[in-house]
Design a protein around this ligand. Structure first.
Ligand code: ZN
Length: 380
């Protein structure tokens, strides 16, 4: 029988820095073929994706995840080679151990165990795997596969995304929704001139300051029981050249900011409110917007109940349902109407040096995924 740790080690040993898959998907596909899955390769641009399905009936239970990882950063800072799985003190070390090669291995092993016990289970099982989650090519990943599934009239009922959702203990936190994410790129126009003759110039920095102050002081909404209040964070300001030309008023200021927004706000009213503030402060500007994901939530669903039960059985704890944290590919799956939950191992080392996963924790995740399949796909 397939072993979780050996599969995880095989995956870690592939240096799949986004969007390079580095052969991870071939390893997963080989295992899935052996247990009766039909595989459809759906590469796009530099990103590799595949869709795998076993069975033709509803309900369709989907495991979703990514094989790519972020860069290891400074190799000298790592205790072990990030692309050579190393077992040490109850942990497997390597880039992607938590995010999310560990959960990928757990999904495959749980599915293999489940099919071994219930070869004639009801419904179908699917895998949506991409190598384009961590980088700028994400639109070639899960969104591309979702478009294919829509064209094929595939309807996903339940979806588990293996993002590392747990905080202190496996299963203590389930993500059942996410805030929306909206990027803004603002240029404030002024008129360049000599600082000694400022009457002849128009200082864009001075113009922007009061507007920026108003933007960061604004309470966009108050959030609710499921969502934190909408928050605006400035991520970059640029104007003039620091250390040079200290007698020149620059002609423009560029500002970059991001909204993480709750469903109490929406894309349009945020944009209107921002532009109103800019007008009130007499700012001459251009702004472009980029919507990275709308907010979503899977509330009181069968999937959340069954997931909570499986965690209770294996861990003896009741999970907290959260919409915190960053975005994930769940945002591209939820709009299809599927119930979507993110459940994976602890996230204390994700994207850090010495990323590692606890071996026992990973074995328990296999058990939770297995019980979930059993509770949703076994005829009662
Ligand atoms: Zn991830």
């Amino acid at each position: 029988m397939l072993q979780t740790i050996s599969l995880l080690s095989e995956l870690i040993n592939c240096p799949s820095i986004t969007p390079d898959d580095a052969n991870c998907q071939q390893i997963l596909k080989n295992h899935l073929k052996k247990i009766g899955f039909n595989i459809t390769d759906l590469p796009k641009g530099p990103v590799k994706n595949f869709w795998a399905k076993r069975g033709n009936n509803a309900p369709l239970f989907l495991f979703a995840g990514h094989t790519d990882v972020v860069t290891p950063g400074d190799l000298k800072a790592w205790q072990f080679d990030p692309f050579k799985a190393t077992e040490h003190d109850d942990f497997i070390y390597g880039r992607g151990a938590q995010d999310m090669k560990g959960p990928l291995a757990a999904m495959i092993v749980a599915t293999a165990q489940f099919i071994n016990k219930y070869p004639d289970h009801k419904g179908s099982i699917g895998f949506l795997i991409t190598s384009g989650e961590e980088g700028s090519d994400y639109m070639d990943g899960t969104p591309h596969v979702m478009k294919y599934l829509e064209d094929e009239s595939e309807k996903i009922d339940y979806c588990i995304v293996g993002e590392p959702s747990s905080q202190h203990q496996l299963g203590d936190t389930i993500r059942h929704g996410r805030r929306g994410s909206l990027h803004a790129y603002l240029t404030v126009h002024g008129k360049q001139g000599h600082v000694a003759y400022h009457q002849l110039a128009d200082n864009p920095i001075h113009r922007a300051i009061s507007a920026i102050h108003a933007l960061v002081q604004t309470q966009w909404d108050e959030g609710n029981q499921d969502f934190d209040p909408t928050s605006l964070q400035i991520t970059s300001i640029e104007s003039g050249r620091f250390g040079e030309n200290n007698n020149v008023i620059p002609n423009a200021l560029k500002l970059q900011f991001n909204f993480r927004y709750s469903p109490l706000s929406n894309e349009d009213n945020i944009k209107q409110r921002v532009e109103k503030i800019l007008h009130e402060h007499h700012v001459n500007y251009d702004i472009t917007w980029e919507l990275s994901g709308k907010p979503f939530i899977t509330e009181n669903s069968i999937l959340s109940q069954k997931t909570a039960q499986a965690i209770q059985t294996v861990m003896g704890i009741s999970p907290k349902f959260s919409t915190g944290g960053g975005t994930s590919d769940a945002r591209f799956i939820a709009p299809s109407g599927a119930q979507v939950i993110e459940l994976g191992v602890c996230n204390d080392r994700i994207h850090q040096v010495d990323e590692r996963v606890n071996i026992e924790e990973l074995q328990k995740l296999v058990r939770i995924y297995y019980l979930l399949l059993e509770s949703l796909l076994v005829k009662t």
